[in-house]
Ligand binder design. Structure first.
Ligand code: ADP
Ligand code: ASP
Ligand code: MG
Length: 441
């Protein structure tokens, strides 16, 4: 059994849907298809949450959503069913916007409209190619906790509902990104979460293969939008691919590989526009394991430096610091320490995923026991590869190359699969190009 996930651009126009439907048609083992919202729609829905949005802007966004979907429906031979389902969802969306109390729960129900709309229309396009799929409401299976915006899936319950709702003899189409908590509320898995949904489904149905069909021909040596010379990688290990996605390789949602590893599911990333290209296979051991395989860039990072003379030869300071951050649900990425200071990075991107921000109140609490310095607008550059902790010369070459740049925090040695450092926001792309040229091209 194959679980096939198609991202926003792979279902963003009639032509894209048509290509993606042909891929589904080609192999009857593709029996669970997971899709995202049409490209741009989730962003539009996020814009609609603004309580200060005036009615002209609001109508313009709604019209944008309507036009994008009707343009696809208009090219379908049998429009009636997708059009009526779409119009019902659009009117539910309007009703939802009238509800008071725009909390995180309300926002997740808002975001879910994108995937509900795209799946209704894609079901019609699949039908035109002779594929009858059952339209599955992902929320009936993908059970999560109630952390709206970043919900945590309940793997045991997902398995239970998969067994109840999915007949292995049939083919299904469902939504990525969305789930439901135990109280019946719609939840979402965080931006880009459809990859994660597909992996959770793949684990639960014991799939042999998870396919991530996207707008590029696999996982590249770096984001091809930054470096035109970047090349797709034919084989990459789970460890490397996981690091790449965590450190900003948008091609996979950072949590995607966990369920795949647990379930022993192979993963392939490929282009829905050029399905004949080999794409990238993610495997346990790759035939080649170079020291530097890929480079990633993650923007919108914050560096928090705390200093306290109390730290000198004392115990308990780090526990106090991390205890306070944990209390406020602040997740820390990288850490370096000296005798009297600690620097740590916080990922402040993905606002729609409801990550907790470093507020003035939290900073004031920190100031009661240490000096605090916050630096924003930084980017994190990561080199991803193998045995990086045990290979000599990497840092020398790397930092020699970057001698004209001001490097903030550096992390090397904690993982065999990465070396990473912070730089000023505006210089990240240039640095990625330099490193790519030196280590990969
Ligand atoms: P989808 O809508 O299919 O989920 P995304 O836009 O989320 O697609 O992810 C695909 C994009 O990820 C590519 O267009 C590319 O710009 C970006 N990207 C970032 N890093 C990489 C990488 N290392 N390899 C491939 N794509 C990458
Ligand atoms: N539609 C959602 C988003 O834009 C989920 C996804 O595309 O994976 O974030
Ligand atoms: Mg994506």
């Amino acid at each position: 059994m194959i679980v096939s996930k198609f991202g926003g651009t792979s279902v963003g126009t009639f032509e894209a849907m048509h290509h993606s439907a042909s891929i589904v048609a080609e192999n009857s083992d593709r029996s669970l298809v997971v899709i995202s919202a049409t490209s741009g729609t989730t962003n539009d829905l996020v814009s609609l949450e603004d309580p200060y949005l005036d009615s002209t802007s609001r109508e313009a966004i709604l019209l944008n959503i309507e036009n994008r979907h009707l343009a696809i429906i208009d090219q379908c031979k049998e429009k009636e069913k997708p059009e009526s389902s779409f119009r019902i969802l659009l009117s539910h969306l309007r009703n939802h916007l009238e509800l008071p109390g725009r909390d995180k729960k309300w926002k997740d129900t808002l975001y879910a409209f994108g995937e509900l709309m795209s799946t209704r229309i894609f079901a019609g396009v699949l039908k035109e190619q002779g594929i009858d799929v059952e339209w599955l409401d992902a929320r009936d299976v993908l059970k999560t906790d109630s952390t709206f915006g970043n919900a945590v899936p309940n793997v045991t319950l997902i398995k239970k509902y998969v067994e109840e709702k999915i007949d292995p003899e049939k083919r299904y189409l469902t939504q990525g990104f969305i789930g439901r908590d135990e109280f019946g509320n719609t939840t979402t898995l965080g931006r880009g979460g459809s990859d994660y949904s597909a992996a959770l489904f793949a684990e639960a149905v014991n799939a042999d293969l998870l396919e991530i069909w996207t707008d590029v021909a696999g996982v590249y040596s770096t984001d091809p939008r930054i470096v035109a010379e970047a090349q797709p990688i034919s084989e990459i290990t789970f460890d490397e691919a996981a690091e790449l996605s965590v450190f900003g390789g948008k091609v996979l949602h950072p949590a995607t590989l966990k369920p795949a590893i647990r379930g022993g599911v192979k993963v392939r990333v490929a282009s829905s526009k050029q399905p004949e290209l080999p794409g990238t296979l993610i495997v346990n051991t790759a035939s080649k394991e170079p020291v530097v395989r890929a480079i990633s860039l993650r923007k919108d990072q914050t560096l928090l430096t705390v200093k306290s003379l109390e730290m000198l030869h004392q115990h308990g300071f780090l526990a106090k610091l991390f205890g306070l951050l944990a209390e406020h649900k602040i997740s820390v990425d990288l850490v370096t320490t000296s005798e009297v200071s600690v620097s740590l990075t916080l990922d402040t991107a993905h606002k729609a995923s409801n990550k907790v921000e470093l507020t003035e109140d939290i900073l004031d609490e920190l100031r009661t026991f240490c000096e605090v310095d916050v630096e924003k607008n930084l980017s994190l550059v990561a080199l991803i590869g193998n045995k990086m902790d045990a290979t000599s010369g990497i840092s020398g070459t790397l930092f020699g190359l970057l001698e004209n740049h001001n490097i903030r925090l550096v992390c090397h040695g904690a993982s065999p699969n990465n070396v990473c450092f912070l730089v000023k926001e505006g210089t990240g792309e240039e640095i990625v190009k330099l490193i790519h040229r030196k280590f990969i091209e």
